[in-house]
Design a protein around this ligand. Structure first.
Ligand SMILES: Cc1cc2nc3c(=O)[nH]c(=O)nc-3n(C[C@H](O)[C@H](O)[C@H](O)COP(=O)(O)OP(=O)(O)OC[C@H]3O[C@@H](n4cnc5c(N)ncnc54)[C@H](O)[C@@H]3O)c2cc1C
Length: 451
């Protein structure tokens, strides 16, 4: 999705520029063929109120997008009214109270830059152009998130236009049920968030990265070792294993161990990545880097060029797992063997969540997170790669706890994305705020929880 350059307008289906404007809302280059009846490019909160009232009057369902980064293009439905929130993208920072108020169309990089000026920080997404809207509603795995928590844990309030066309504020004290729902329901949220009130943090002084690259023949030992050391890795480190067909330094299929670290001193950073730099597998690495200074935003930009280029077609799916790594290895080998060409990649994140989170809709995570990102450009390759990620996740489903909404693919593979109790509670809250089911929800639900 590109930044909007002109004032927003309302375009009826078939009107001039309609198709380009609808498809332009999506980061993905795929045209799913579905179209809303009306596109409202909101410029103001008033536009959003008007759009919701019109949807009620004309009995249209409502879809919403902000940054357009849903891999599944969740907002591109057949029929209904689509509200594009990308123009509501301002950020106000109250440095004294350590609060930022940001529009849902604000990109990760916009919030980060504004906060940097005040020496402040927020766990924004790992890609610069991810919109706050979808990111915060689904949970939000951001920079330094193992220390600061999921990004939605730092949402202290939301301003929402509800299905009855009213603007309300929800927080722990006002409409707490709606606030509970907004922290983790993702594409299942039933309202339009027009502003997020965020708790922000002092900016850490040091950000760096260490990396080791192994040939694919070492897959078993690398993953087994990572699983063994994972629980001991300090929360300042985002410990990731990335598989691709063209790893840095070896220019061949390989496994990259990537350890970005965010902390307050170089000395601490060095100590925190010593599990890797002094690890037993180091002699087998074909390529290693020392600890290098690297800001999260620079790393995001490098990743964007290398593995998240625009206008691609995607096959994405994921799983949380607490299973022993030995059980995952056969599936991981099959994934490595069938990995589509660059920039397709696989991410294993050694997550190890805290024992407790605040009470909120978000309720699905595990020791390890595995996500598959198949990417290609030519529509002719749809049949070849389109089912790759969901197919492998189906194979590994016996070892999965569930999935994360950030990388969901619920149309192809419905899977459990929150606890059954929370899904039931969410449905009950929805019945209060959106009794006519005006808002579209996820593209699929876990079979056991269909209502
Ligand atoms: C390149 C890339 C990198 C990513 N990196 C990360 C990452 O580091 N961490 C992470 O957690 N996720 C990441 N994601 C996943 C991403 O956070 C989710 O897809 C998220 O939904 C994107 O938010 P968005 O506003 O850009 O997307 P959109 O496609 O605009 O929104 C997704 C859905 O959220 C809902 N929604 C959006 N805005 C609103 C609103 N204002 N009010 C009500 N509902 C709304 C709608 O249901 C919409 O369909 C990444 C995705 C991509 C493509």
């Amino acid at each position: 999705m590109k930044r909007p350059t002109a004032a927003g307008r309302t375009i009826e289906r078939g009107g001039q520029g309609f198709d380009a404007a609808v498809l332009g809302t999506s980061f993905s280059g795929r045209d799913p063929g579905t179209r809303p009846e009306v596109l409202v490019q909101a410029n103001t909160v008033f536009d959003v109120l008007q759009a919701v009232r019109r949807a009620r009057r004309d009995n249209l369902r409502i879809a919403v997008c902000s940054g357009g980064h849903s891999w599944a293009q969740n907002h591109l439905r057949d029929g209904g009214l689509l509200i594009d929130m990308s123009r509501l993208n301002t950020v106000e920072v109250d440095a004294e109270r350590r609060i930022a108020i940001a529009g849902p169309g604000c990109w990760a990089v916009d919030l980060d830059l504004q906060l940097k000026r005040h020496g402040l920080f927020f766990p924004v997404a790992h890609a610069v152009d991810v919109g706050l809207g979808g990111f915060l509603l689904q949970g939000g795995f951001g920079w330094n998130g193992r220390n600061l928590g999921l990004a939605c844990e730092s949402v202290v309030g939301i301003d929402v236009v509800t299905a009855d066309g009213q603007l309300i504020h929800a927080s722990a004290d006002e409409h707490p049920d709606l606030f509970w729902a907004a922290r983790g329901s993702g594409p299942g949220f039933f309202g339009v968030v027009v502003r997020f009130h965020l708790k922000v943090y002092p900016r850490p002084r040091t950000a760096a990265i260490a990396m080791q690259v192994f040939r694919m023949k070492h897959l078993d030992e690398v993953f087994l070792w990572a699983d063994r050391v994972g629980p001991e890795v300090p929360c300042s480190v985002e410990f990731q294993l990335l598989l691709s067909r063209n790893s840095p330094g070896i220019f061949a299929p390989g496994i990259e161990i990537i350890a970005p670290v965010i902390t307050d001193s170089w000395r601490q950073a060095r100590e925190d990545v010593s599990f890797l730099t002094r690890g037993p597998l180091r002699p087998k690495a074909s390529f290693t880097t020392p600890l290098l200074p690297m800001s999260p935003s620079l790393l995001s930009r490098i990743a964007a060029r290398r593995i998240f280029p625009p206008a691609m077609r995607w096959s994405v799916d994921n799983m949380w797992s607490d299973a022993p790594m030995e059980q995952l290895l056969p599936g991981l080998r099959r994934i490595a063997d069938t990995l589509p060409p660059m920039p397709s990649h696989v991410l294993m994140l050694s997550w190890h969540p805290p024992a407790q989170r605040p009470d909120m809709a978000f309720s699905m995570e595990g020791r390890n997170y595995l996500a598959l990102y198949g990417e290609w450009k030519n529509p002719k390759d749809d049949a070849k790669y389109g089912g790759w990620a969901a197919g492998h996740m189906r194979d590994l489903a016996p070892f999965a706890k569930g999935i994360q909404l950030a990388d969901e693919n619920l149309a192809q593979r419905p899977a459990r994305f929150m606890s059954d109790a929370n899904l039931a509670r969410l449905d009950a809250i929805r019945a209060t705020y959106d009794p006519e089911r005006r808002f579209f929800e996820w593209r699929g639900r876990p079979a056991a929880a269909v209502v």
